[in-house]
Design a protein around this ligand. Sequence first.
Ligand code: ZN
Length: 154
Amino acid sequence: MIFRYKNISISLDEELYKDYISNHLKTSNTETGGIICGYYSSDLTSAVVTKMCLPTPDSILKQASFQRGVQGLKNFLKNEWDDGKYYLGDWHLHPNASPIASKQDLMQLENNAKDKTLKCPEPIMIILGGNKNCITVNIYLFIDGDIKVCERDL
Ligand SMILES: [Zn+2]
């Protein structure tokens, strides 16, 4: 899948989350999520998501909220950086609901942009919704101090 905002594209392979999300939805009704890693094209206009990480052990998974923890992230990101991969943003699941960002989600995205340890001034937020038979996706991008919704290429 390719998502776009103006000249920026983000590519995401559903294989990165499909099995984990389907399994999660079979056994749990909580939100879940984690960080997203990947790389950029040399002109920085396209981002490729290569990993959607599982929740860190200190993440808080509730029925209508997800708070991503930080445990182990510093070391994990260092290894990714050594491999030419970077923190691109966060993802989380809205179980049996639409993948529309809540006010809290938008605040989190803005906070991620400001978080110096993440070194990502223009992060993305992938929100998954739907159910185990049909997972839906929205991608939000923080850019030029504002939050934009990316359009999915058909
Ligand atoms: Zn949310």
